[in-house]
Design a protein around this ligand. Structure first.
Ligand code: UDX
Length: 409
């Protein structure tokens, strides 16, 4: 088939590359000339394991352009443009613009697939604009495993008015051999938000249990999480207590979902609580450091890990940077080390050894593998293990705190 992908971020590039690898002719459209030029010269704008290889292997089947007229022969076109949260709301302007711009070029029977994360009702607006069949087909990929998640997703959700259009998209993804759910367009849009909000809630839930563990003797949240996770109804995933969730999805999607509900006169109280718990995490990290070191003004704090999670250079909504900002605001000197990510907010140093050596206190903010087994380096320092990578038995009792571990042991 001939397939169009509009918006060449993580979702668009991975979707296009995986479909090209299935033998389809794919044309990728983006308004960013530099991005398109780079892709034409085999330079991917993002790092995702396996993506470069797929792009190279299929370079004759996945073409890149800024010109929407290249969509003139496509059978299916995916909309994968960004849907940022602006003033707490899901901004769908780029989705609607893409729909308007592509319309004049589309074949009469082309199917438009909305993959961007959009609040219920958006794909129907797209349908009114393009006057073609529209399918809502949300993605659930995680950064760092986007290619694998696209080839082997847990499920595929296809929301459509027309059975025939839904069948075409179901058939397109049949190589994944995954469970397919056929739904209404609105249900498909809703599923994405409900899934992300539920996962964010799970994290905030365990983070509150972690807070409580810290003030009870002989308690470790990891033991609690492991035990409750063995209940199949709860499941062990997304129960790692820490400094909170960041990244390009959870913070923005939970906010957008909650405000979407409010506009309809409903309140998502649990989601709103999950947001609040998460927003309090950076302040809590600073408070723990203050308990360890006293006043932080003039002290040097080393932050280990600034990416929003390990194995990515992405710092969007990274909790580490929120902590860094709070520390800078109270007059601490902040230095940071990360194996991949960069920031101009604070001084970045080139090794964890240097970062620790120059500091009074250390906050481990991202669980990169290379931060495991460094207990010996941390002697004489005040340490907050915000992601539970250190062995508590190897740490000094007076200068070390860990998220979810009793203050008194
Ligand atoms: C997420 C969803 O997993 C994915 O399905 C959706 O499509 C996009 O958003 P991603 O943002 O790539 O993917 O990262 P994810 O691995 O889910 O982690 C999100 C954040 O939650 C990270 O900051 C991570 O550190 C945090 N997290 C995750 C925890 O604090 N505890 C956990 O147990 C799991």
């Amino acid at each position: 088939m001939r397939i169009g992908v509009v918006g060449l971020g993580v979702v668009g590039l991975v979707t296009g590359a995986v479909l090209a690898d299935q033998g389809h002719e794919v044309v990728g459209v983006d308004i960013d000339q530099n991005k398109v030029k780079g892709l034409q010269c085999n330079r991917s704008p993002i790092y995702e394991p396996g993506l470069d290889e797929l792009l190279l292997k299929n370079k004759n089947r996945f073409l890149f352009t800024t010109d929407y007229s290249a969509l003139k022969d496509v059978d299916i076109v995916f909309i994968t443009v960004a849907t940022p949260t602006v003033e707490g709301k899901n901004y769908i302007g780029y989705v609607l613009d893409a729909a308007k711009t592509m319309k004049p070029y589309l074949k009469r029977d082309a199917i438009v697939v909305v993959k961007s994360t959009v609040v219920p009702g958006t794909s129907r607006k797209v349908k009114q604009i393009v006057e073609r069949e529209v399918v809502a087909n949300p993605e659930f990929l995680k950064e760092g495993s986007a290619v694998i998640d696209t080839i082997k997703p847990d499920r595929i959700v296809i929301g459509s008015d027309s059975k025939a259009a839904g069948d075409v998209i179901e058939n397109l993804w049949s190589f994944t051999k995954t469970v397919v759910l056929r739904t209404s367009i609105e249900e498909a849009e809703m599923i994405k938000y409900a899934a992300n909000s539920f996962l964010a809630t799970k994290i905030s839930f365990i983070n509150e249990i972690a807070n409580l563990c810290e003030v009870i003797p002989n308690c470790d949240v990891n033991t609690i999480a492991k035990a409750i996770g063995l209940d199949k109804r709860i499941a062990p995933y997304f129960l790692n207590a820490g400094l909170g969730y960041g990244g390009s999805c959870f913070p923005k999607d939970t906010l957008a979902f909650a405000s979407f509900a409010r506009e309809l006169g409903e309140e998502l109280k649990i989601v709103e609580a999950a947001i609040k718990v998460n927003e309090e995490r950076p302040r809590r990290a600073v408070k723990i450091m203050e308990e360890l070191l006293g006043e932080l003004k003039g002290k040097t704090i080393c932050i280990l890990g600034i990416a929003f999670k390990p194995n990515t250079d992405d710092t969007r909504e990274s909790v580490a940077l929120k902590i860094a900002k709070l520390l800078v605001d109270i007059g601490a000197n902040v230095i940071a080390y990360d194996p991949k990510a960069k920031t101009s907010l604070v001084e970045m140093v080139s090794s964890k050894e240097e970062c620790v050596k120059r500091s009074d206190g250390v906050i481990i903010a991202t669980e990169w593998d290379e931060f495991r087994g460094i207990e010996h380096m941390l002697k004489d320092k005040a340490v907050l293990d915000g992601r539970r990578v250190l062995d508590p038995n190897k740490m000094s009792r007076s200068k070390y705190r860990a998220i979810g571990l009793s203050k008194v042991r």
